[in-house]
Ligand binder design. Structure first.
Ligand SMILES: NC(=O)C1=CN([C@@H]2O[C@H](COP(=O)(O)OP(=O)(O)OC[C@H]3O[C@@H](n4cnc5c(N)ncnc54)[C@H](O)[C@@H]3O)[C@@H](O)[C@H]2O)[C@@H](O)CC1
Ligand SMILES: Nc1ncnc2c1ncn2[C@@H]1O[C@H](COP(=O)(O)OP(=O)(O)O)[C@@H](O)[C@H]1O
Ligand SMILES: [K+]
Length: 516
């Protein structure tokens, strides 16, 4: 499923109107009617007993959708109070026509009355203030109404956003705020109903975690999506199944371990690589750490390597087609030297995580010279990302004063261009991006929420899983995308109480559910 920006959605709408597929009025009618149908399907009790609704209409076409919704709710027996921000005379043409139609059915009150009102008596509040046209932070009555949603408009009713929660940037999922000291304001909704495809903002930042509530997508008869659009991440199911071949045809992953007492992270990664289907997995540890590792490993092979030369000697074996390193290695020059050894052969893939990233904090360009154009995946969390890409991270943490705001997807794409390789930027809204701009959001939200994944060592397992898939022959982008999805799915299936060790052990159940 594609995830659209506001500009992409506008282009699709424009193309439909210009080619005569539908008029703007028709699209607006389908949108408004679709929102009502989606709400009643979402909460069937609202269909059985029509109550009282407030529809908050903004000055653009999002407000136009609001007038259509008001009309359809009223036709279904609802009492409807419509509030408008601005004057009817200033509405764009399609919205103005729907405003006129509503006026034949009911009154329009200024939005200030909704903002001034005490506790709401409404069973349903429709937020049709701003959609994809939001360019600056909410102010005045719109801001008050959005802020009020944080208290659920006082009553037991549901708050439903049309397209996006007002105040939220559709491209980034971030609420716009005027000054760093200002609190960002956007409507906190129980349900968001959008059109054609989800927007990126439904999957990024605060969008899914704090603002949208549930999300439903309504078909309004539009076709097509731009080739450059981002996608929702998914597993490469055909690639995951194993049909023919012996262990060597499924690749050999090497995981570099830290020293004595620091091998846990590498063992987790190795277990992830093996469970995800790599034919062989070897853990390379310094001589002093061999006994410790030997007592903990069976199916995973163990090799003693002394210093950087030891790693290079081991990597003379061309059958080792991917190396994962970073977890438990420590930050410093020695780790940089290990990265250099791991990346010496151009044909071999690599996954760099944790200390392998942080070790380049002072000179990230040195790392990028090694990674550019290579089959390498960097898997930073936001802290590590800030160390490697400080200028990009700064744009992401600066308050979003204007829309469209810089998004986590923009950040991952910018980083992939700088490093010249695949970037997987972690979080519940994990983004995978390639230097050519291809990007997916591997979303652990809504029905796929798995907050138990925020546990020590989960990232190490993920690095190993990506390496395991690269060993199996996956393109590094697909490896990162599939591994992130499987990682979340394993956590989701295990549920509360999950610790990192559980993730690899849950993979067989995930594979079974995929029908492998
Ligand atoms: N693109 C499409 O295919 C469709 C769009 N539709 C609706 O149209 C919406 C987009 O409509 P518009 O482009 O008119 O934009 P909006 O209705 O989101 O915004 C209206 C105008 O408000 C102004 N504005 C932006 N931020 C403001 C702020 N903080 N305070 C005050 N004014 C502000 C802008 O000048 C903007 O043009 C969508 O979200 C959707 O609800 C639907 O009717 C169906 C089809
Ligand atoms: N709330 C959450 N929901 C889903 N996944 C999450 C959440 N928080 C973190 N994760 C995932 O958990 C993993 C944590 O990795 P990381 O931060 O590197 O931890 P560690 O270094 O301890 O292994 C990442 O894959 C990240 O995307
Ligand atoms: K809205």
């Amino acid at each position: 499923m594609e995830l659209l920006t506001a500009a992409e959605m506008r282009a699709i709408e424009r193309a439909a109107i210009e080619s005569g597929v539908a008029t703007g009025r028709e699209l607006m009618e389908r949108a408004g009617r679709g929102v009502v149908a989606a709400i009643l399907d979402w909460r069937p009790a609202l269909a059985r007993a029509p109550g009282r609704a407030a529809v908050l209409c903004g000055p653009g076409n999002n407000g136009g959708d609001g007038f259509v919704i008001a009309r359809h709710l009223k036709m279904r027996g609802w009492a409807v109070d419509v509030f408008l921000l601005g004057a009817p005379a200033n509405l764009p043409p399609d919205a103005a026509e729907n405003c006129s139609l509503w006026r034949e059915m009911g009154a329009i009150r200024p939005l200030t009355e909704a903002a001034d009102g005490r506790r709401s008596v409404h069973d349903l509040v429709i937020d049709a203030l701003f959609g994809t046209g939001l360019t600056r932070p909410l102010e005045g009555a719109a801001r008050v109404c959005a802020a009020r949603s944080w208290r659920r408009f006082g009553g037991a009713g549901a708050v439903v956003a049309v397209d996006v929660p007002s105040g939220m940037c559709a491209d980034s999922g971030r609420a716009l705020q005027a000054e760093p000291s200002d609190e960002a304001a956007a409507t906190k909704c129980d349900l968001t109903v959008t059109f054609h495809h989800e927007r990126l903002g439904h999957r990024l930042a605060q969008g899914p975690s704090q603002l949208c509530g549930d999300v439903r997508v309504v078909d309004i008869g539009l076709a097509g999506v731009p080739a450059a659009a981002a996608r929702l991440g998914a597993p490469n199911r055909p690639g995951l199944s194993k049909t023919i071949g012996h262990k060597y045809s499924h690749g050999h992953a090497l995981i570099l371990s830290g020293g004595v007492g620091r091998g846990g992270a590498a063992r987790l990664a190795a277990r992830g690589a093996l469970r995800v289907g790599a034919g062989l997995v070897t853990l390379a540890a310094p001589p002093a750490a061999i006994i410790e590792n030997a007592s903990r490993l069976d199916a995973i092979m163990l090799r003693s390597v002394k210093g950087i030369e030891g790693i290079s000697e081991l990597l003379v074996d061309r059958r080792i087609n991917v190396v994962a390193l970073g977890p438990g290695l420590g930050v410093g020059e020695n780790t940089c030297a290990k990265v250099g050894a791991a990346l010496a052969n151009e044909e071999r893939g690599a996954v760099l995580d944790a200390d392998a990233l942080s070790s380049y904090q002072d000179e990230p360009e040195t790392l990028f010279r090694l990674t550019r154009g290579r089959s390498v995946v960097l898997t930073p969390h936001m802290g590590e990302f800030g160390r490697l890409f400080p200028a990009v991270a700064e744009k992401l943490v600066a308050p979003a004063a204007r829309g469209p705001a810089f998004s986590k997807l923009d950040a991952a794409r910018a980083a992939a261009a700088l490093a010249g390789c695949i970037i997987l930027l972690k979080g519940p809204d994990t983004v995978v991006a390639a230097p050519d701009g291809e990007a997916v959001v591997v979303s652990a939200h809504y029905e796929r929420a798995c907050p138990w994944l925020a546990t020590a060592g989960a990232g190490d397992v993920l690095a190993g899983m990506i390496a395991g898939l690269i060993a199996r022959g996956f393109h590094p982008f697909r490896a990162a995308e599939s591994a992130a999805w499987l990682h979340q799915e394993a956590a989701r299936g295990f549920g509360p109480g999950l610790i990192a060790e559980d993730i690899p052990e849950r993979l067989p159940a995930v594979f079974r559910d995929l029908g492998l």
